[in-house]
Write a protein that binds this ligand. Structure first.
Ligand code: AMP
Length: 223
């Protein structure tokens, strides 16, 4: 468990392992995992008004508008969430979103502790995304080669069917990587200037990436 409350943003391209890593932090360290992508996919599945607004962007790999994403996260990051601490996965994606997050955190005097950027090569990202399978019911992630379910096509946790995410189709993967590359540089600079940026290699199995980040947390005195 974390000795103190931490507020971390996990940055990196799609397929870098942010979601898997944040799930491990939640399961093993008890730190809340908040993912904008998961929020959007749940809203789309519920056919809610928000789901209908974001559906086109999400399925085509474009980014949802900064104003809408910041509004949703400002509501999600209430006092309780800020006091408990969190790992944000998939937010912020742009520099204006990072500035929006800072405004929310400043209002409640709950500053960010770190921005952890997971680095990865493009061929690795494409391999991970194109082999990814997700559970329709609970959202758990699998991979056709590196993280197979016990029963083919069925989730280990809830037995739900496993599918290819809409935005994990090859053309959309390429689009998402390009979109990310354009937005990432200013975002990285933003956190570099604030001396919050830590780059960690996202290469190899998720357990290896997890160990690297845990060492970082230990060095920072959070564990
Ligand atoms: P992810 O699961 O993080 O890969 O997100 C899936 C999709 O949701 C992205 O390709 C975007 O369309 C949308 N999305 C998620 N987070 C954001 C964000 N912070 N800003 C804009 N769009 C987002």
């Amino acid at each position: 468990m974390f000795g103190v409350t931490v507020r971390i943003v996990l940055l990196g391209p799609p397929g870098a392992g942010k979601g898997s890593l944040a799930s491990l932090y939640e399961a093993r360290l008890g730190i809340a995992h908040i993912s904008t992508g998961d929020i959007f996919r749940q809203e789309i599945a519920r056919h809610s008004a928000l789901g209908r607004r974001v559906q086109r962007c999400v399925s085509s790999g474009r980014l949802v508008s900064d104003a809408l994403v910041v509004e949703i996260m400002a509501a999600r990051l209430d006092r309780r969430a800020l006091a408990r601490g969190f790992v944000l996965d998939g937010f912020p994606r742009t520099q204006p979103q990072a500035a929006g997050l800072d405004r929310v955190l400043k209002r409640t005097r709950a500053p960010l502790d770190a921005a952890v950027y997971l680095t990865s090569s493009v061929p690795v990202l494409i391999r991970r995304l194109s082999g990814r399978r997700v559970c329709v019911r609970c959202g758990a992630n699998y991979h056709v080669r590196t993280m197979r379910p016990r029963h083919p096509g069925r989730c280990d946790h809830c037995r739900g069917p496993l599918i290819v995410r809409n935005d994990d189709q090859p053309a959309t993967i390429k689009k998402r990587l390009v979109v990310n590359q354009q937005a990432a540089r200013p975002l990285v600079r933003y956190y570099q200037r604030r001396r919050l940026l830590h780059q960690v290699s996202g290469a190899g199995p998720i357990e290896a990436v997890y160990s690297r980040t845990v060492k970082l947390f230990q060095r920072q005195g959070w564990l």
